[in-house]
Write a protein that binds this ligand. Structure first.
Ligand code: GAL
Length: 416
């Protein structure tokens, strides 16, 4: 009897321990933050949650911009085994919300006053039919150039402010024997360059007409032909091994002084910081020449997949942690992005971060803030991928500019 009681008490103790563990609950997080800078930023989030007693089951799927992660997600959901929380971009979030797969975060959002602090252009992707369906962790922008300062100084190159100056700078670097433009030939990276070149060539109204409104006239215009011509010109400054290269390896070429410039979103800054580099001292960040007044943005958000009727405690803890003002600053300092809240003090951010915040605000105020096509904030994935196909084929010499323009018009039409 005594020993039976002893066993029972032990079992109760074990149960209690399990219960308190279960109350804190694990979250399984599917994400694509596997580069050095990305992983460092992810750690800030992981540690924040672990400090709250929430266990983190890591589900990393390597591949810039989440291309592979979204394929894995689809497979997991189809087999009835959706991860608890998933990093996502723009239109993908809306697509999953449409399918009814995402948990309703309205109570958490109301408690945290999210409506008042998340910028309007972002709420268009974090709310669906008036329901909060994702927590935004940052705002990135894509129309940046990253430069090795010592190399520019050595070659007497000033920061270029327009296309011609940029080309002159690239010529100087090329003549020195260094790689002028570090690039990774993957469709999403080609697309990232394409949208910046398009903005610089046609201006903000053209960007909106072509990449947001998908106006066939803009897509088929002479301006678009010039965009493709310029893509070919830029290709002439890539090294021979650019095909298939990951974006962070291209960043490393600039960090190490093997290359002068990289055109990439500000997650690239995370790589520079992770390598101990300092903005304005070791590297420069500036808008793609000709897009100084415009910002093309994207934001990483976390959506919670429905596990039952309500959000689980782990999901609620994650959604809340992401939106904490202190966390937003701590995380974005490492990630290269800026906070997704309008009410946080950005003074702790480095020089590039301060610039990013000020330019984002100015672009929003002047009507020059646009969703990034290449990063899911301008058009649904099917259209984005159709555009990528044409851009990559043209870049690789399969189409001349004129053919690329007509292919673009038909690819976009078919994909809608
Ligand atoms: C972007 C994402 C960034 C960064 C980048 C490269 O789409 O917003 O957080 O991860 O892809 O992977």
């Amino acid at each position: 009897m005594r020993s039976y009681l002893g066993t029972t008490l032990k079992a109760v103790a074990v149960l209690a321990a399990t219960a308190s563990f279960a109350a804190a609950e694990d979250v399984e997080v599917l994400h694509w933050w596997t580069s050095g800078g990305e992983a460092a930023a992810l750690n800030v989030l992981k540690q924040d949650l672990e400090a709250q007693g929430v266990g983190w089951l890591d589900m990393p799927v390597a591949g810039g911009s989440g291309v592979q992660a979204m394929t894995v997600l689809r497979a997991r959901v189809t087999s009835g085994n959706a991860p608890t929380a998933v990093q996502m971009l723009g239109f993908d979030v809306l697509d999953w919300a449409k399918e009814g797969a995402l948990a309703n975060l309205n109570d958490i959002a109301a408690e945290g006053g999210w409506d008042a602090v998340v910028p309007g252009p972002l709420q268009a992707f974090t709310k669906y039919d008036g329901t909060w369906i994702a927590s935004p962790v940052n705002v990135h922008s894509t129309n940046w150039v990253w430069a090795n300062k010592a190399l520019l100084d050595e070659l007497g190159i000033a920061q270029p402010t327009n296309w011609d100056e940029f080309i002159a700078a690239l010529d100087t670097v090329k003549a020195s024997g260094k790689v002028a433009l570090a690039h990774g030939g993957q469709p999403w990276q080609d697309g990232t360059v394409f949208e910046a070149v398009l903005m610089a060539t046609g201006g903000p109204e053209f960007y909106k007409a072509a990449l947001i409104d998908l106006d066939p006239e803009a897509l088929g215009s002479d301006t678009m032909k010039e965009v493709f011509d310029r893509m070919t010109i830029l290709r002439g400054y890539y090294d021979d091994n650019f095909s298939g290269r990951d974006w962070n390896l291209a960043s490393a070429m600039v960090i190490n002084g093997d290359a002068a410039f990289q055109m990439m979103g500000d997650w690239a800054k995370g790589e520079f910081l992770n390598a101990g580099k300092v903005p304005d001292v070791d590297f420069l960040c500036f808008r793609f020449p000709g897009t100084q007044d415009q910002v093309t943005f994207n934001s990483d958000v976390f959506a919670m997949f429905k596990q039952g009727d309500t959000v689980s405690e782990g999901q609620a803890a994650l959604a809340k942690a992401i939106m904490s003002p202190e966390f937003q600053v701590a995380f974005n300092k490492v990630k290269g992005s800026v906070p997704a809240r309008t009410d946080v003090d950005g003074s702790e951010l480095d020089a590039c971060g301060q610039k990013a915040m000020a330019e984002l605000k100015a672009a929003n105020d002047s009507g020059n803030l646009f969703g990034s096509m290449a990063h899911g904030y301008a058009v649904p994935a099917a259209v984005k991928n159709a555009i990528f196909d044409v851009v990559t084929a043209q870049l690789n010499g399969e189409y001349d500019s004129e053919t690329a323009v007509s292919e673009l018009v038909s690819a976009v039409e078919i994909s809608q």
